[in-house]
Ligand binder design. Sequence first.
Ligand SMILES: Cc1ncc(COP(=O)(O)O)c(C=O)c1O
Length: 391
Amino acid sequence: MKSDFFKYQAQTTQFAAGFEVEKAEGSYIYGKDGRKYLDFVAGVSANTLGHSHPKIVEAIKTQAEKYLHVMVYGEYAQEMPVKLCHLLAEATPDPLEVTYLVNSGAEAIDGSLKLAKRYTGREEIVSFKNSYHGNTHGALSVSGNEYHKREFRPLLPMVSFLEFNKEEDLERLTEKTACVILETIQGAAGFLVPENDYLKKLKARCEEVGTLLILDEIQPGFGRTGKLFAFEHYGIVPDILVMGKGMGGGVPVGAFMSSRKIMESLSHSPKLGHITTFGGNPLIAASSYATLKEVLESGLMNEVEEKEKLFRELLVHPKIKNINGRGLMLAVNLGSQEYTLDVAKRCMEKGLVVFWQLYRNEYLRISPPLTLSLDEIREGCGIILEVLNED
Ligand SMILES: Cc1ncc(COP(=O)(O)O)c(C=O)c1O
């Protein structure tokens, strides 16, 4: 299988691991090599409830036996997407009420930008240096890393970039700015958290100049920081909330959410302001609804703080320079890209899956399932320390 993977499946780099998966369950991935691997990455913040959670599998099976795809997004009232949107409205603060379901995080970002331009009638977009919002042309245009963008220009015009956490830059939002888009916690940049009430100040500036605030919560949502969405820690509510990854519980999904008043503008002038065939697909919605219900009802979010604390207590070593992040999105600074990649490789050899941050390769990524147990944290951190002690 591995040789066919390299031969027939398009590659994203010249050095993919090509690890061959047999099955995955709970916190473990089982390889075709007959070994099991503790998973500290969760498909890059996607498997909120671990692998193949029984309630998710059951929800998908039940829906699959009823019907699969029946109509493009937005025409028919189908039980699962409706229940998902209803529960999201109940679980988020006002004025967030209406959810537009799409296929991926990047599509949700594109939809949110279109919504902001359409609602405000403005053209300019403000984003952030070192941000990552996905890889469609729209999402790439608002991502703040030149290396990944420069070969694909021209991208969207009228996008400018501020520095995250830099208050002085907020003056650059003006009455021409349709929206400002940012990750509540900057992911690819190494899980950087907002500091000194930055989000409150940003929100206040948005209100001053009539700009919509779009928060990309594709990594913190559902529950990864101990709240359903990370903005709940910072005393603000975005105008448009974007989610993806972990909301699916292991299936491809994205969504953007806003007040009814804002969202309505996508349904007229022009009608069909965003069109998507598979958005709101019942199978995907069933998985997402089961995930959301379990995150809300299981008490898992209340355990996040204790789990973060244990990670931080265990991961103390002269080779570890600092740990960024919040909750179960942690980035461990090992000083250099070469060393971090080597540590990740050796952890894998010892049965632990870890990864690195997209732009800051010197940071080891820890974004495990929320269901990871305290013993599993001890087991995995033991492997990391064992590897660091070899040097
Ligand atoms: C913060 C953030 N925004 C957007 C995306 C894009 O999501 P997707 O890969 O589902 O298109 C990602 C994916 O890594 C992400 O981390």
